[in-house]
Design a protein around this ligand. Structure first.
Ligand code: HEC
Length: 189
């Protein structure tokens, strides 16, 4: 009898956790979905209006700024990460993120649509606090290869401008459909 009660209680606790993960994921997905189309939209119109080199500030300043504003408003951490960074100071993944970025690449290679790749987990921060972590893949669209594609296909002024600001740039050589990186979110629970 007592065993049955314990099993039932554990099952109930498990169900609460499962529901919690789902609602945290849905909420986070909705917030992230408000940022990403704005960045791609600004990128497209900036490239069309002013040319590729003049659009650098969109990926350099605007995207991080929109994420920082959202993060401040919500009390979360939001940033971009990549396994091949242009700006290693801002975008170097931690161990959890690096593992999931590699898994995204493997999942895309196995046929999953890059735009649908996401992961959500509740983890411990090492000091006993629970943290909700979420990552969504950022696929390479045709507009992205103008600055993240083969260097041989880029205008020399652009290559120079990027080299000046990013001496350790590893974020070139991408083709549409690959995964450039991810948006990563941390929410203390
Ligand atoms: C006009 C040039 C340009 C275009 C077009 C561009 N980017 Fe970037 N991208 C940059 C620059 C410059 C940085 C460095 C940002 C920084 O200093 O934090 C960057 C950084 C990033 C990062 C952060 C990780 C890193 O490598 O530092 C991601 C993710 C990213 N870009 C994705 C994209 C995606 C996806 C697209 C297409 C929708 C795109 N970029 C289009 C110039 C560009």
């Amino acid at each position: 009898m007592r065993t049955l009660l314990i099993v039932t209680l554990l099952a109930a606790a498990g169900a609460v956790r499962a529901g919690e993960l789902e609602s945290l994921t849905a909420e986070t997905r909705a917030e992230v979905a408000q940022i990403l189309p704005r960045v791609s939209g600004m990128m497209k119109s900036a490239v069309e209006a002013e040319g590729v080199a003049a659009a650098i500030p969109v990926c350099k300043d605007k995207a991080p700024q929109l994420m920082a504003e959202k993060a401040d408003a919500l009390g979360w951490k939001i940033r971009r990460v990549s396994l091949k960074t242009r700006n290693p100071e801002r975008a170097t993944p931690d161990a959890w993120e690096a593992e999931r970025l590699a898994a995204f690449d493997a999942r895309a290679a196995a046929g999953e649509a890059p735009a649908s790749l996401e992961v959500a987990e509740i983890v411990s921060d090492g000091e006993g606090r629970r943290v909700f972590r979420y990552m969504k893949a950022l696929p390479v669209a045709p507009v992205c290869v103008q600055c993240h594609g083969e260097q041989a296909n880029m205008a020399p002024e652009l290559v120079q401008a990027l080299a000046r600001d990013y001496p350790h740039d590893a974020a070139t050589g991408y083709a549409p459909g690959q995964i450039r990186g991810a948006v990563t979110v941390q929410r203390p629970l």
